[in-house]
Write a protein that binds this ligand. Structure first.
Ligand code: GLU
Ligand code: ASP
Length: 497
């Protein structure tokens, strides 16, 4: 997007009106609050829905398959961000992408709320994957659009936005978890659908007044010739996929295992292609190229971190259900409620971290160093959860406090990496790829979960010490490497801090 358009957008957004931030932050905060409410509420009960027996209202899948589906799902949800980012950047603009995305997500949750079969689950999965791809990266890039490049409020704007995400993620497992686990899974999914509906209404009603021109520009519109070219490419790609499916599914070449492998490969190949295309684009300047180089190690660190963090809703959800004493201190704990811990700790600690960075001022760690801390804490959160097996063995139930501690430690890492990464992405993004770079950030979560789909196969209660130990250990080693290279990476960032 041209600098002129960027300035026009900033001028069109009422610059105060929401905690000293542009008024549009209100709209984006609550849209994303409700979207995350529906996503994390659904996710908190989905794994149980997949592996609980039919008599308990579940689909009765084997646990490893349920865990792999969760990871693949999580991966595709973020992978589809490249479609959403591309469409926004080149065809419809971010605002429309957010709106249509919200509609697809809502339909996806409605599909889940109808008692049905595995087939219905897959329909819902497709809708939610595509919808989140349209909504999630784009709603975050609109946040970035509202601030001028020199505006010091940008980082804190992203922190507030991140609070909205986590407020949604905190409340929904409590509500959707309670209804879904105690009454009926489908009623739980229905609540998620209503959440998305509320988000959509807020967005539609307040966007004109609060967002001005933000989200309405198409950053790098297709030329008429490109339209034709891409039109043909899209039709061809869809046809090829359809033919491939028609051939490979009946012959058994494309089965569940090979699909997981395919997503694993895509999880790594797609970001690689992304980096190459951005790097080589004539629209990318020399300074932007250097920043892309700096972004690569941050991206890899981010993949490692999210691989651990995302297992909080797969392996640790299973752990909550199977390995944890749920009768505790006179209460019966709903296993889905553990999913509220991560966002709860984020909400409590985000202001602490924000003021810590302000207090440290120029002495605060650089962006690469913060990422290294992220990996360190991520690794420690896994080392902590291997201890109960060491003390009491794999056969006895363990205190829920171990899980609480693990979720707490991972959040220390998340606060060093996630809001920082979101904001750094908008700063390191080549201008022509602004919305797509946000998708690139989410591709790190996609790659992480594509890898997780393979990893979760290795987990069992008997070998959990080895499992948590190796993954946690690798993260800590990567953390040290990143610390060592942090100054070098910083120079490649060309002034971005
Ligand atoms: N938990 C955050 C969210 O849902 C971050 C997700 C990610 O970057 O993977 O927005
Ligand atoms: N902390 C995650 C995010 O920021 C939420 C979660 O994992 O529940 O959205």
């Amino acid at each position: 997007m041209s600098d002129y358009n960027k300035q026009k957008i900033v001028a069109s957004v009422p610059q105060t009106g929401f905690f000293g931030h542009p008024k549009g932050l209100f709209t984006l905060f609550f849209t994303e609050f409700w979207e995350r409410f529906s996503y994390y509420g659904m996710k908190a009960i989905l794994v149980y829905y997949l592996y609980y027996e039919l008599s308990k209202g579940g689909l009765g899948l084997d646990e490893p398959i349920a865990l792999a589906i969760m990871s693949i799902y999580g991966s595709l949800v973020y992978m589809s961000g490249i479609i959403g980012g591309w469409l926004a950047d080149r065809v419809i603009g971010t605002s429309k992408a957010v709106f249509y995305g919200g509609i697809l997500i809502m339909l996806g949750h409605i599909a889940l709320s109808v008692p049905g079969s595995l087939a219905l689950f897959f329909v819902s999965m497709v809708l939610i994957v595509l919808g989140t791809g349209l909504l999630k990266p784009n709603v975050s890039s609109v946040v970035g659009e509202m601030y001028s490049e020199e505006d010091d409020r940008r980082d804190s704007g992203f922190s507030i936005f991140y609070m909205g995400i986590n407020l949604g993620a905190f409340l929904s497992p409590l509500i959707v978890g309670k209804v879904g686990m105690d009454i009926n899974f489908h009623l739980g999914f229905a609540i998620a659908a209503v959440g998305m509906l509320i988000g959509l209404v807020i967005f539609a009603v307040t966007k004109k007044k609060n967002l001005g021109l933000a989200g309405t520009f198409v950053a790098n519109p297709l030329t008429p010739a490109e339209r034709k070219k891409y039109g043909i490419i899209i039709v061809l790609v869809i046809a090829i996929i359809a033919i491939l499916c028609a051939v490979t599914i009946p012959t058994g070449i494309l089965n569940f295992d090979s699909f997981i492998t395919l997503v694993g490969i895509l999880g790594i190949v797609i970001p690689t292609i992304y980096f190459i295309v951005m790097y080589r684009s004539p629209k990318t300047t020399a300074v932007e190229r250097s920043r892309i180089i700096a972004y690569i190690p941050l991206f890899i660190a981010s993949v490692m971190f999210w691989a651990i963090q995302e297992q909080g809703s797969t392996i640790l959800a299973l752990y909550a259900d199977k390995r944890t004493q749920l009768e505790f201190a006179g209460f019966t704990i709903n296993p889905a409620w553990f999913q509220s811990l991560n966002p709860l700790f984020i909400i409590i600690l985000a202001p602490v971290f924000a003021s810590l960075w302000i207090k440290l001022g120029k002495r605060q760690p650089t962006i690469p160093q913060k990422f290294a801390f992220g990996l360190l804490f991520g690794g420690l959160s896994f080392l902590v959860i291997l201890l109960p097996a060491y003390f009491v063995g794999a056969d006895s139930l363990v205190s829920p406090l171990w899980l609480v501690l693990s979720y707490f430690i991972v959040v220390l890492g998340e606060l060093c990496l996630s809001p920082v990464g979101l904001s750094a992405t908008t700063k390191l993004a080549p201008a022509a790829f602004s919305a797509q770079t946000m998708s690139l950030w989410f591709l790190s979560s996609a790659a992480a979960q594509a890898i997780n789909a393979q990893l979760v196969n290795f987990y069992s209660a008997e070998n959990e010490m080895l499992y948590f130990g190796i993954i946690g250990g690798v993260s800590i080693v990567l953390s040290f490497i990143l610390f060592a290279f942090a100054p070098k990476i910083q120079t490649f960032m060309k002034g971005v801090r």
